[in-house]
Ligand binder design. Structure first.
Ligand SMILES: Nc1ncnc2c1ncn2[C@@H]1O[C@H](COP(=O)(O)OP(=O)(O)OP(=O)(O)O)[C@@H](O)[C@H]1O
Length: 237
């Protein structure tokens, strides 16, 4: 079942009247429940594409479908509400709110959705346990290690039980062992909660966990492939 589909998405940036065409026609389909890796060289437009799929930014042209319903032309308010309810994000730099405890960081999106205090507590507790930070919930991000912060970020992304999780280089700030456990968590919990995961990465170790890879090159997806036989060099070029 198609969760998200794009047809010929384009996106350019303009700096001092110079146009940089980043996406020139991206056709992508994400099926419910899959764990998909997005690879390509630095600067090829992975974050740009994630921002479009995550409804953070709008394309210049092309179409985006959510459960086969076209989103082009929908109001900003509609897209914001859809994003808030159905999409979770995990970033390289965690993007936790520094003045909030781990607990409050995880609960915050639930509060925005108007969820009752009891249900918030239930979800925060069970997710904190699942990601292994249940003894750290009163700490602010500055008192946590990188791996612990990313676990909080994963719990926060999953708390609303999103249909889609968008992860942008989630292991780039982590050491090797921590990176592997974080990716495993993301994949296993994504499966458990039935979330589709789209993850941009340079990390060849991470691509082994993906159901399939999509590769961005010169502004469009060159091919879809399985992860078999992918080498570090292939991921970077
Ligand atoms: N807001 C912006 N304004 C102008 N140019 C931008 C903006 N965002 C990105 N770019 C440019 O668009 C191109 C694609 O950037 P993007 O961050 O999407 O690439 P990426 O593949 O995610 O890179 P990396 O792997 O290094 O994170 C880059 O050349 C970048 O400099």
């Amino acid at each position: 079942m198609s969760l998200l589909r794009t047809r010929q998405l384009t996106k350019s940036y303009h700096l001092d009247e110079v146009e940089q065409r980043v996406l020139t026609g991206v056709d992508l389909e994400l099926v419910a429940g899959e764990f998909v890796g997005l690879v390509g060289p630095s600067g090829c437009g992975k974050t740009t594409l994630l921002n479009l799929c995550g409804l953070i930014d709008r394309p210049d042209s092309g179409q985006l479908f959510w459960h086969d319903r076209e989103l082009t032309g929908q109001t900003q308010a509609y897209l914001t509400e859809l994003r808030r309810r159905t999409i979770g994000f995990v970033f390289q730099d965690f993007n936790l709110i520094p003045v909030m405890s781990a607990w409050d960081n995880i609960a915050y999106p639930l509060m925005l959705l108007g969820m009752s205090g009891t249900e918030q507590k239930e979800r925060v507790r069970s997710l904190a346990e699942a990601v292994g930070i249940d003894t750290l919930l009163d700490k602010r991000p500055a008192r946590l290690s990188g791996g612990q912060r990313q676990r909080v970020a994963i719990a926060r992304a999953l708390a609303k039980r999103p249909e889609l999780i968008i992860a942008d280089e989630p292991t780039a700030s982590l050491d090797e062992d921590t990176a592997l456990t974080v990716v495993e968590l993301l994949r296993d919990l994504g499966r458990q909660y039935g979330s589709t995961v789209l993850v941009a990465t340079h990390d060849a170790r991470l691509t082994r966990w993906c159901d399939r890879l999509i590769r961005l090159h010169h502004g469009h997806l060159v091919h879809n492939s399985t992860t078999e036989g992918v080498t570090a060099g292939e991921v970077l070029v």
